[in-house]
Each structure stands twice: as structure tokens, then as C-alpha cells.
Write a protein of this length. Structure first.
Length: 255
């Protein structure tokens, strides 16, 4: 291995460790001085927790931009203006959900169920009113309460973002879509905003530990479509909506 490659790997490791050390320490600091007081004294715990998560992740990505200046973030202004909507995204990297949290103060999403069983982290997710991905985690009255919370969240101007593939794409192609999020959108009578995420996998690739610190990368978020289904129509079909959404993403991927 050449000296240049050794240096690049060493610096990538150092930068990666700095970023994830902040993730751990920053989350702990926000927990002690933000989340605990919000839990004890806030009138709207979920809203307070979501805003704290938003600030924390905003700092995380500000640090990432500073430490990895070759990576540029191109965020369409129309994306930042989304509110009261179900945001449907493709999924490329673990960075995708926390990137969206960094842009939206009032944010709600579906999180892999295993994370709800992690000490501290699960408590944070539950109090932020995030939903577990497995139906088995919330049934009956709990499921109704979760969906009602999402409906109130959307009515108050918040966004509910989802990754219907359920897992990260390893090759950029779309995996099959889960219909659950679209059923929630129907219940909440919410518009669908289709946001295309590009190149987060080039910065933090699935299956690797290191950030790509020496490549010129442009991460983009683009609003590629808006759907306002007629949920009360006799002809309404969730499958048809899923097909329409998938078609929009597939057309964007081909460009």
C-alpha cells in the first residue's frame, strides 16, 4: 500500500472516530441537559424531544461538513419548505434518517424495532413518538394511539418521513415497497411528498465503518413529486398509490 493511501486511511479513521464520538457525547449531553428537563417539565414532550433531536443532528452534520469539506450538501429549497406531509424517500445509508431530522424541527418516523430495545436510545425514540417498524411492537390501543399522535403531529405542521423499502439499497435500485406507511397517510388524509436522496451511500457506505473523506461527493435532496390521493374515493387503491410513487422514483433514478 502506498504512503498516500496509508495516510488517507489513517485520516479517514481519525475523522470517522471524531464524528461518531460527537454522536455519542453530543447525544449524552443533550440527554442530560435537554431531554431529561423536557421529560420533566415540557407540556409537549414529543415536540420538545423532536426539536432537541433536530438541533443535535444539525450539529452532527455541521461537524461533518467541517471535517469533510470535499462533501457538499445540495438541498433543494422546496424540500425544506415541506410541512404537514408524509415524506416518502429512497434509502441508501444510515445517514438518511438523521439527515432528515437535521432539516425538520418537528419530525416523526418509523425506526427499526431492535433500536427500541436498546437502553436509553429506546427511551429517547419512544418519547419522540417515533414508531417501531414491526407491527408486533405496537398492537391494539398502542397502535391506535401512535397513529393518532402522527395525525396530530401532521395537523400541527410536522412531517412524518418514511423509507418504504425498509432497508438500505446496496446497488441504488429500489427494493419492494412496504404499504404500511401509505395506510398511515390514508388514515391521516395527508399528502405525499416524494424526496429523492442521492449519494449518502458514497459518504457512508453500507457495510463499512469509515466515512469517505477524500472523495468529491455531492449529497442531494430533491423533491421529485407530490401526490394528493383522493383517499375517500370508492376507486381508491393503496396498491395503485404505491405503484405511482414507485414509478416516480424509478423515473428519477434513470436520469
Amino acid at each position: 500500500m502506498s504512503p498516500i493511501k496509508i495516510f488517507q486511511n489513517a485520516s479517514a479513521l481519525f475523522i470517522t472516530l471524531l464524528i461518531w464520538v460527537y454522536f455519542l457525547i453530543g447525544s449524552t449531553v443533550f440527554f442530560l441537559f435537554g431531554h431529561i428537563p423536557a421529560c420533566l417539565f415540557s407540556k409537549n414532550r414529543a415536540s420538545a424531544f423532536q426539536n432537541l433531536n433536530h438541533i443535535n443532528m444539525g450539529i452532527f452534520f455541521a461537524l461533518t461538513r467541517f471535517l469533510i469539506p470535499r462533501t457538499k450538501f445540495i438541498i433543494q429549497k422546496e424540500v425544506l419548505q415541506i410541512h404537514s406531509s408524509v415524506i416518502v424517500c429512497n434509502h441508501l445509508s444510515y445517514l438518511d434518517p438523521i439527515l432528515l431530522i437535521s432539516f425538520f424541527k418537528q419530525n416523526c418516523t418509523i425506526v427499526k424495532s431492535t433500536f427500541f430495545r436498546v437502553p436509553f436510545f429506546g427511551w429517547l425514540l419512544r418519547n419522540s413518538f417515533y414508531m417501531p417498524s414491526s407491527v408486533g411492537e405496537v398492537q391494539g390501543q398502542s397502535m391506535v394511539e401512535n397513529i393518532e399522535n402522527i395525525k396530530k403531529h401532521l395537523a400541527a405542521g410536522g412531517n412524518f418521513f418514511v423509507f418504504p423499502e425498509g432497508t438500505r439499497s446496496r446497488d441504488g435500485r429500489l427494493a419492494p415497497f412496504n404499504k404500511g406507511a401509505f395506510s398511515i397517510a390514508r388514515y391521516c388524509n395527508a399528502p405525499l411528498k416524494l424526496v429523492y436522496i442521492k449519494n449518502t451511500n458514497k459518504l457512508f457506505q453500507p457495510g463499512t465503518f469509515l466515512f469517505k473523506t477524500h472523495d468529491n461527493i455531492e449529497i442531494e435532496l430533491e423533491l421529485i413529486g407530490t401526490l394528493t390521493p383522493d383517499y375517500v374515493s370508492d376507486n381508491f387503491s393503496i396498491s395503485a398509490v404505491v405503484d405511482d410513487v414507485r414509478n416516480v422514483f424509478e423515473q428519477r433514478i434513470k436520469r
